[in-house]
Ligand binder design. Structure first.
Ligand code: DGL
Length: 266
């Protein structure tokens, strides 16, 4: 048993998809979230820059004395492997849990992966899926406009996001995949648009959800669950203005995001 909080970070709002799932699975856990909203997006930056930013994010969460860190960011998980930090607490990214969920879902052995440009360049999800089953065909596509659209609130039924999504997704749909990985944690925020375009026959794998399940299992196995029996407290930290974060977070998390949000310099 361990009453410390779980630390979750992302470049911006995307990791909230992991927070939402984590809160559903383990409602008694305290969560400390850090969104690096000043430096978002990470996905079109160099490897060196992404590693530097990820190390800053991890150091911030370590200072909060969390019991586990989740890099709820497809870009960090793909690019900044082996951060060069001595992290003495359990740590997970999103690639392995998500690839496993897709591997378990596909029937026709054709999986699509969408992510940021940095993520798709590493072929991280493809490599992991091929490790699980070399016969699976993996079709990858970067969608660089999705993160700025989400961060700027172009969500819901937005027509611009729908047009952009059609351009990105129709080639993947036409390649007959039966499973699509949302390899960036921002993408579940526009999942209804993605689902509409891909159609009913395609299972959508949300990296936030798959990772939250994986992390919860790991905490249980390591006997690190919070057993206080009270509803967990969620605290949100951002590196840019609270207003812009709260606006979109509100739509996505509802009342939850209004609990505690603080701007910090990291
Ligand atoms: N949510 C991040 C990811 O999963 C966003 C990346 C970005 O900041 O470009 O890749």
């Amino acid at each position: 048993m361990n009453d410390k909080a779980i630390g979750i970070f992302d470049s911006g709002l995307g990791g909230l998809t992991t927070v939402k799932e984590m809160a559903k699975i383990l409602p008694g856990e305290d969560i400390i979230y850090f969104g690096d909203t000043l430096r978002v997006p990470y996905g079109n930056r160099s490897r060196e820059t992404i590693i530097k930013y990820a190390m800053d994010d991890v150091k911030f969460l370590l200072k909060q004395d969390v019991k586990m860190i989740i890099a709820a960011c497809g870009t960090v998980s793909s690019v900044a492997t082996g951060l060069g930090l001595d992290i003495k607490i359990p740590f997970t990214g999103v690639v392995e849990p998500t690839a496993m969920a897709a591997y378990l879902s596909t029937k026709n052995k054709r999986i699509g992966v969408i992510g940021t440009t940095a993520t798709i360049k590493t072929n991280s999800y493809k490599k992991e899926i091929k490790r699980l089953d070399p016969e699976i065909e993996v079709i990858e596509k970067d969608c660089p406009l999705f993160v700025p659209l989400v961060e700027n609130g172009f969500i819901g039924n937005d027509t611009i996001t729908t047009l952009v999504a059609e351009k990105y997704l129709l080639p993947i749909k036409n390649s007959n995949v039966d499973t699509l990985i949302l390899g960036c944690t921002h993408y579940p925020i526009i999942q209804p648009i993605i689902e509409r375009i891909m159609g009913r026959g395609v299972a959508i794998i949300d990296s936030g959800k798959a990772t939250a399940k994986f992390a919860a299992k790991k905490l249980k196995e390591l006997n690190l669950l919070n057993k206080k029996g009270k509803k967990g407290i969620h605290s949100f930290f951002v590196s840019d203005s609270i207003e812009s974060f709260s606006k979109t977070a509100d739509i996505f998390l509802g009342e939850e995001s209004r609990c505690f949000v603080k701007k910090v310099d990291i």
